[in-house]
Design a protein around this ligand. Structure first.
Ligand SMILES: C[S@@+](CC[C@H](N)C(=O)[O-])C[C@H]1O[C@@H](n2cnc3c(N)ncnc32)[C@H](O)[C@@H]1O
Length: 209
């Protein structure tokens, strides 16, 4: 975990948080276009980086609260500096140990969950943090079928759990979610993997009581 904190603390300070924002923006925006925010809702971004998605969602009229958490303190400092709306809140914490009493309608995570010590524990926590009928949207570019990204673990030299789409679906089912998946591709991107595989979004819905 220390390696992850250190790496992302560095990224927060050398401009790579904004590079990530630029890299992820197209596909995340396309994904959110498939979601309707037509009722009042609360939102959490797990591994929010510089907080760009928290700010984006806080602009939705029906958004009551948009929270971002990150294990890197430096990311959270950046996110707080960029705050543009009173609905936004940021906390420096690890999802696996976050002691939060509230519950959310929507939880989101982009390119973050596979860094968790245990994906199972993180998903169990996320499930508890959702209201019944709530949804978790989890985006990942790093998955087994997307071979061009599998080498990232060697480059990063930190803990990154590589899983296939089938394995991700199993994790979600085991945590209690109803699961569906969607690939969002970027047909005009220079990178072949973005055109051919794209971002895998796994959506987990918590059963209504
Ligand atoms: C690849 S970055 C993605 C950032 C952001 N979601 C984006 O799209 O720009 C992954 C982020 O997840 C955070 N992270 C990793 N493990 C975490 C954990 N267990 N709890 C909270 N945040 C975590 C990292 O510090 C980092 O900021």
């Amino acid at each position: 975990m220390n390696g992850i904190k250190k790496t992302f603390d560095k990224w927060a300070q050398n401009g790579r948080a904004e590079l990530m924002e630029n890299e992820h923006r197209n596909n995340v925006t396309k994904f959110f276009q498939t979601i309707t925010f037509d009722e009042p809702f609360t939102f959490l971004d797990v591994g929010c980086g510089n907080g760009w998605v928290v700010r984006k969602i806080a602009k939705e009229n029906n958004c009551k609260k948009s929270i971002g958490i990150d294990i890197s303190n430096k990311m959270i400092i950046q996110a707080k500096k960029k705050r543009s709306n009173k609905k936004e809140e940021f906390f420096h914490t690890d999802i696996e140990y976050w002691d939060y009493k509230g519950k959310f309608d929507f939880i989101f995570s982009m390119e973050s969950l596979y860094y968790a010590d245990s994906i199972e524990v993180a998903l169990e926590k996320i499930y508890k943090l959702l209201k019944s009928g709530g949804e978790f949207f989890c985006g990942t570019d790093f998955y087994t079928e997307n071979k061009a990204t599998a080498r990232w673990a060697n480059v990063m030299k930190i803990q990154m759990h590589l899983h296939s789409k089938k394995e991700w679906k199993e994790f979600f089912k085991n945590a209690g979610f109803q699961v569906k998946t969607k690939h969002i591709k970027d047909s005009k991107n220079k990178k072949k993997w973005k055109r051919e595989f794209g971002t895998l979004f796994i959506t987990g819905k918590k059963h209504k009581k």
